[in-house]
Each structure stands twice: as C-alpha cells, then as structure tokens.
Design a protein around this ligand. Structure first.
Ligand SMILES: *[C@@H]1O[C@H](CO)[C@@H](O)[C@H](O)[C@H]1NC(C)=O
Ligand SMILES: *[C@@H]1O[C@H](CO)[C@@H](O)[C@H](O)[C@H]1NC(C)=O
Length: 187
C-alpha cells in the first residue's frame, strides 16, 4: 500500500466516523410543513367516521398513551416523532397490501390517494432513522385494525378508523409537539 493510499483510507475512516456521529442525528427529523401537508391530504380522502362503524371501536382504540407528555425535551421529541413515523409506516404497509375502500366497498379516489401517498413516502424517507422493528405500544392497535380491514363486511369501517386515528395522531403531534418538527423559517 502506498503512503497516499493509506492516508486516503484513514481520511475515509475519519470522514465516515464523522458522518455517523454528526450527520446521523440531524437527519432524524421530520419537516413540519410536510406533516401539515400530509394531514390536509388525508382529510381530502373522505368524510367523518360513519355512525354505523361505532361498534368496531371496541377493537380499534388508538393508544393515546403512545405520545409523551407535551413538554419537549430531546428524548420526548424522538418519541413523538416515532409515533408519527410508525403510524404513517403502518398505514403505508396496509395500503400496499389492500386498496382502501369506503362505503359499499368503493375504492378511495385514486388521484387523491396518490397525492397523499407521495407525501407519506417523502416523510418516511426523511424519518427513516426513527424506525425500529418493534411496534411496541402500537402493535395491538394495528393488528386489530388490520383484522377489521381484512373482513369484507367491515373493511370500510377499518379504513375510516385508520383515517380518523392517523388524523388524530398528526394533529396531536403538530399541536402538542410543534417544536419537535423542523420548520423552514425560524419564528
Ligand atoms: C372484536 O374482536 C374480537 C376478538 O377478535 C371479536 O370476537 C369481536 O367480534 C370483535 N368485535 C367487533 C365489534 O368487531
Ligand atoms: C384489540 O382487540 C382486543 C380483542 O378484542 C381488545 O381486547 C383490545 O383492547 C384491542 N386493542 C386495541 C388497541 O384496540
């Protein structure tokens, strides 16, 4: 190995270490304006949770305790962002598996769904360092909703619950953990 090669190798190691230590944590962010946009696009997808779906609520109660108390320190911010990330990710997985349907099994508007999914995809890329294999406190909720969505007679209720609960997650995060997101202009 020539001295130049070994020098370059050392430089490379130092740089990649620097990247791991310094650059990784800063990439663990979600842009607030993207979260706001995905929330608006989600609202575009359909109306309110239908009355006749109420009985299914016993099996689909989103664990509000998943969010930390609204006093942002670094650790709690990561937790709040994780809830947003993981919820968007689970919804994405469910949408890849089955087409969301409304009343009478009619699929949701394709064009609006595309716009929503595009933003969802961007956020999932941005927050990929928040990922963890374990669904933890969210696992019972998502496995129950998946079960409701898989039954033909309850599918639309499952999707509407998912929409309602994701809406709630995004609103709570934006309101109670506003400072945890990255905002383009300081205010
Ligand atoms: C809730 O889940 C239980 C167990 O999976 C099931 O037996 C029950 O029928 C479900 N209730 C509703 C309203 O879907
Ligand atoms: C999931 O369904 C079970 C069985 O019906 C129920 O006991 C549990 O509370 C449900 N979990 C959630 C988060 O709704």
């Amino acid at each position: 190995m020539t001295p130049l090669t070994s020098f370059l190798l050392i430089l490379l190691k130092v740089c990649s270490f620097y990247w791991m230590v310094v650059a990784m944590p800063t990439s663990c962010k979600l842009q607030g304006h993207l979260v706001e946009s995905v929330h608006h696009r989600l609202q575009d997808l359909g109306g309110d949770f239908p009355l006749h779906c109420f009985p299914y609520n016993v099996n689909m109660s989103f664990p509000d305790s998943a969010f930390p108390a609204p006093k942002a320190n670094h650790h709690q911010c990561r937790r709040a962002l994780w809830v947003v990330y993981k919820s968007l990710q689970q919804v994405q997985l469910m949408m890849e598996d089955k087409t969301p349907v409304g009343e009478g099994g009619v699929p949701w508007n394709k064009r609006k769904l595309d716009v929503f999914q595009n933003l969802q995809h961007q956020l999932l890329e941005q927050g990929s360092c928040l990922d963890s294999e374990d669904l933890g406190v969210l696992s019972s909720y998502f496995s129950n909703v998946t079960a409701v969505v898989k039954q033909q007679e309850s599918a639309s209720c499952g999707w509407m619950a998912l929409k309602r609960d994701l809406d709630k997650v995004l609103v709570s995060a934006l309101q109670k953990h506003h400072a945890c997101f990255t905002w383009r202009d300081a205010h």
